[in-house]
Structures are given as C-alpha cells and as structure tokens.
Design a protein around this ligand. Structure first.
Ligand SMILES: [Cu+2]
Length: 67
C-alpha cells in the first residue's frame, strides 16, 4: 500500500537523506521517495510496519508530520 506523509522542517538534501534513512530503517517500509519541494515522503507500507511507526520514525529524526 502506498502511503504519503506531509513533513515539515526539511530544508535541504541532507534532510531528505535523513528522512529517507529513517523510513527505510522501519521493517516493512520500502521504495521511499522524499520530495523536498512538495514536503512529501511517499513509500510502500507492508506488515509489520504501520503508518504510526512511519510517523514516529520521521518525528524521531527531528521533523514534524502534518498528515
Ligand atoms: Cu537539511
């Protein structure tokens, strides 16, 4: 299932890398694509990952998830 998170606080390519790594590290999340201009992370979510885990991973990396 494709999920999209709206992320606040990303300002450069380093942020994109940080968010991408945080999401990829969650078992069950794959095909992560983070877009700096649209402030979106798009990825495939499969068990055992949950959307809540994806949100937490991004927040733990230091960014706010707005939806
Ligand atoms: Cu940055």
């Amino acid at each position: 299932m494709t999920e999209i998170l709206k992320i606040e606080g990303m300002g450069c390519g380093g942020c994109v890398t940080t968010v991408t790594k945080a999401l990829v590290a969650v078992p069950g999340i794959s095909d992560v694509a983070v877009n700096l201009d649209s402030h979106e992370a798009r990825f495939e979510l499969a068990a055992p990952a949950t959307r809540e885990q994806a949100v937490k991973a991004v927040e733990d990396a230091g960014y706010d998830v707005k939806g």
